[in-house]
Design a protein around this ligand. Structure first.
Ligand code: ATP
Ligand code: MG
Length: 332
């Protein structure tokens, strides 16, 4: 008998600290589990993606959920923090071009001279009613992923490598994937290694697009994660993020521009993510007598080609000012 804990709308609004909850109620695991992620008290929930995830967790309707979006925009952390608040255990796997179906299902291994089958994260999540998080799903080979087709539709899994054992999914078993692309490959080469996935496979997923948070939400993220950072510095960091994300290579190519001519029209070779923004804020708090452009360089721009690195430096000087160069003076 599965123990369930029914959370009402009222309970959810208090758990996620927002009135904007779509679902009326949700059944969550009634027992504590060692795989429940730790709560990050400083996490900021964004109503749009939070609701899409809650809607899926409450009733998957035989779907799985696919969160797509740029690197470091908060896909994986959202699932972990929702699971943490709902007391839902999690199995996590980050996939790559070398991942195989046995990494998900399990494999035979020698233990004290005996051949033993060790279950993989997919089987553990199916048995225990956990959320299986598949990070970077688009990196894995489509043929290996097709092993998931039955499971994705809510059917049982037969493990041929373990005498045909049949695993029936627990009612609270869920699958959420994250990826930088929507499974169509990566035309821009930004997310090298992302593969074109099989359409029949993708048809079985419910897609949610996650972008960088809006300025209002990202301000809140910085306020919560870098608590001593003054509001004026947070505003300048948000302005920097806006400028660096605004420009696009596609626009440049369409208009036949040369990036060397006008760098402000050129997309950077690396995404300016929320992850990077939080890193810059944290490093600013750590450093004394270091200019803002130096911190931005250490936290982000040093990975860029020289011409882009110079552009970021100039932008920092414009935003943070030439005279007040020191982080300490900027921080007051
Ligand atoms: N809403 C948020 N509240 C607090 N911190 C956030 C939020 N969104 C992102 N972050 C910060 O950004 C970091 C990166 O987020 P996360 O790992 O979820 O990104 P991702 O979208 O999964 O990236 P990738 O595609 O590279 O795996 C987090 O560790 C956290 O510090
Ligand atoms: Mg991730």
């Amino acid at each position: 008998m599965t123990e369930l804990n029914r959370l009402t709308h009222k309970k959810l609004t208090s758990l996620f600290n927002t009135e904007e909850i779509f679902i009326k109620s949700i059944n969550t695991p009634g027992t504590e589990h060692s795989t429940i992620p730790p709560v990050d008290e400083h996490y900021v929930f964004r109503p749009d993606v939070l609701n899409a995830l809650l809607l899926y967790l409450a009733d998957p309707i035989n779907d799985c959920l696919y969160l797509s979006g740029p690197s470091g925009c908060g896909k994986t952390s959202l699932i972990l923090q929702v699971a943490a608040r709902l007391n839902w255990g999690v199995e996590q796997l980050t996939l790559s071009g070398h991942s195989e179906s046995q990494d998900l299902i399990g494999h035979n291994t020698l233990q004290e001279g005996r051949l033993v089958f060790v279950y993989g994260p997919l089987v553990r999540a199916m048995q225990q009613g956990e959320i299986l998080i598949l990070n970077e799903l688009d990196m894995m080979s489509p043929s290996d992923l097709s092993a998931l087709n039955d499971v994705i539709e809510g059917r049982s899994l037969t493990i041929t490598a373990h005498d045909g054992e049949v695993i029936t999914p627990h009612p609270l078993f869920r699958v959420v994937a994250t990826a930088n692309t929507k499974g169509m490959g990566d035309r821009m080469g930004f997310y090298n290694g992302a593969r074109m996935q099989n359409q029949a496979f993708l048809d079985r997923w419910r897609f949610v697009e996650v972008d960088y948070p809006e300025a209002k939400e990202e301000r809140e993220v910085l306020r919560c994660k870098c608590q001593r950072l003054p509001a004026a510095i947070i505003d300048k960091l948000l302005q920097l993020a806006l400028e660096l994300r605004r420009v696009s290579t596609e626009q440049l190519q369409d208009e036949g521009q040369d990036p060397q001519e006008d760098l402000s029209r050129y997309q950077l070779s690396a995404p300016f993510s929320t992850r990077v923004l939080v890193r810059i804020g944290a490093m600013m708090l750590q450093c004394a007598n270091v200019s803002a452009e130096k911190v931005v360089d250490m936290a982000f721009a040093s990975r860029l080609p020289q011409i882009e690195r110079e552009y970021v430096k100039r932008l920092c000087l414009d935003i943070f000012g030439y005279s007040k160069k020191r982080t300490r003076s900027a921080l007051g």
